[in-house]
Design a protein around this ligand. Structure first.
Ligand SMILES: [Zn+2]
Length: 264
């Protein structure tokens, strides 16, 4: 009875069944979000596609369909029973307005496998020198995405380095090496530090995308914009510096949350 009821409810709510479920054996349903563009309400029916029996609760979540047609989960899946189904669908629909939007391309943000909340379009990878729309660039950005995927990014809550503050307050005379985790695909600007004190942020004036980082920490950046008074040779090119430097121009990663800290 509950299979029939569950399917009837989904039909009444305007859902249609997908042909495939890439992750399991249950029938997946979806439909458009009532107002948000590119957002779909996705329901895991909990009904087995072979036996047509209920094998679990019904799960409801929102997905954003990005410009490469990948579906990105933008809300946490909520599991419920038939009784709670419609209410859960409404709750998920309402949750859409709390999902952060990328300020560059207006896509929704989602939590990537790295634990970072990033643009569903990964739009920062397409900001190279070839322009956004050429085939070349599409190829390039997918390479960068692949490259990014292969790099393990330590989730923020698992990083163990000390806070920036301690760097300046340390009474040690010994110079310290200050490093940041800069990765290919990162969208970067610059910030100026003087004697461990923040002096100037170049966000909006200087913009680049990290193309590669060598083992020794040399960062190759494709600078896409520079309306500051800095010359190209002023721009940073390493993921580290030393506390002996009084004036430092260092990377500021815009696409992720990255902190500078003493090297372990
Ligand atoms: Zn974006």
């Amino acid at each position: 009875m509950s299979v029939v009821q569950r399917k009837a409810m989904l039909k009444a709510e305007g859902f249609f069944a997908h042909k495939k479920n890439a992750k399991g054996t249950t029938i997946i349903y979806s439909r458009k979000h009532p107002s948000a563009k590119f957002v779909r309400v996705v329901v895991d029916s909990g009904i087995d596609n072979k036996t047509n029996k209920v094998v679990g609760k019904v799960g409801v979540k929102l997905c954003y369909v990005n410009r490469h047609k990948n579906w990105r989960e933008i809300t946490t899946e909520i599991f419920t029973t038939n009784t709670g189904l419609v209410k859960t669908i409404r709750a998920q629909e309402a949750a859409e307005k709390f999902v952060k939007t990328c300020k560059h391309c207006k896509a929704k943000k989602f939590t990537a496998k790295s634990g970072n909340v990033v643009c569903a379009n990964a739009c920062w990878t397409g900001w190279g020198k070839y322009g956004n729309k050429s085939a070349k660039e599409t190829k390039k950005s997918s390479q960068i995405t692949a490259q990014k995927k292969s790099q393990k990014v330590t989730p923020k809550n698992q990083r163990t380095y000390p806070l920036n503050k301690r760097v300046g307050k340390s009474s040690q005379k010994k110079p310290q090496k200050i490093v940041a985790e800069i990765l290919p695909g990162d969208l970067v600007s610059i910030e100026r530090i003087e004697l461990d004190t923040f002096k100037e942020d170049y966000t909006g004036k200087v913009l680049g995308i990290v193309m590669s980082v060598t083992g020794s920490g040399r960062v190759n950046v494709n600078w896409t914009a520079n309306t500051s008074n800095l010359e190209s040779f002023d721009l940073p090119f390493t993921n580290h510096y030393d506390t002996r430097s009084r004036h430092v121009l260092r990377f500021k990663v815009l696409s992720r949350s990255v902190e500078w800290a003493e090297a372990a």
